[in-house]
Design a binder for this molecule. Sequence first.
Ligand code: ZN
Length: 96
Amino acid sequence: MLDRLKSTVTEMAKCKRVGKLLQSYIDGEVDIDQIELISNHLETCLKCGMNYEIYSDIKHALQLGHFKNGALHEDALALQRLKRFVSTLDEGCANQ
Ligand SMILES: [Zn+2]
């Protein structure tokens, strides 16, 4: 039981770390050790994997210029909601 608790705590620490690094990871601003840590964790952690998908989607949308045009104001609002959603996910990570 203690082992289980220990691994849960370790996973939670990882989630927190990965969550903080996720955006830099997507932007390619992390070093090779961090890349390994993050990509390993993303494969095993559903919640962080989902966060990663959401961040990538946002980044792609930004790159495509979907949010630049004033006519697409609703998309910008959706983006804000999405970002808020992601930050709540970060906090709730590994509390299963
Ligand atoms: Zn995680």
